[in-house]
Write a protein that binds this ligand. Sequence first.
Ligand code: PGA
Length: 302
Amino acid sequence: MRVTLRQLEVFEAVARLESFTRAAQSLHLSQPGVSMQIKQLEESIGLPLFEQLGKKIHLTAAGEEMYNYSLSIGQLLHEAETVIEELKGVQSGRLAISVATTASHFATRLLAAFSQQYEGVTISLDITNRESLRRQLENNEPDLVIMGQPPEGVDVESTTFMENRLVMIAPADHLLANEKNIPLARFSNEQFVVRETGSGTRSAIERFFNEHGVRFNTAIEMSSNEAIKQAVEADLGLGIVSIHTLELELETHRLVILDVEDFPIIRHWHIVQRSGKRLSPVAQAFKNFVLAEAANFIRLPK
Ligand code: PGA
């Protein structure tokens, strides 16, 4: 068999994403480029790897076998890379970090501070949703993940490193802007602009209202905290967001935090890795840095 690592990488992406188009996007290749790699791989093993049933593609029996081998080969290569990086030490190497949408509001600052100390390190940062973080951890892709709540169903090690307060926001001229300790029940008829299902913030809010027996009405869903803040400013509804997203809007008095009974909702940020993962020296240094220094580099609004 004359199989190349590139062919295996492309095949693994098509099999995992169940789509030539999505694999092409994720690898920054053209779709004909992806099809060509798969065709060459099929020619060199002498059997088809995929079959088309309706609109979906499925792995053939040979495809299933190759998929398992391509995962093992991918992991071995990753391990080899880690070992080589151990030999090189912390001053060079690559660091792959994935963070939840909300964590991106402080992760860039942390990475900037880290890279000033370790100038030779190349960093890649992926900002994505909870489901995708879970899948990445399952496939052992990133070195470390920063998220609100470790995922269920994947064997991970996680450490808490910072509080994450969710606060209720309103336009600066809102009727309740100056009231103190507003009863939660007052919001049972209000409309909220909320994050998408699957966001950690969204599930924490729903759990909170549920536990307090107060109805929670959603006016509109948005997958970005920035969009939510703009919607609240434009009076589309109230919002509940992490305090980490708010610095500028509070400073410029475009939004206010309402003083609501039992608020803020207290959550915590976690740094997460696959259980038993052998961290490269760079990844270990970054983890230590986050645990020791996060609070010094992350300014919170007063
Ligand atoms: P998210 O934040 O709402 O952007 O997913 C992560 C979390 O708080 O769990």
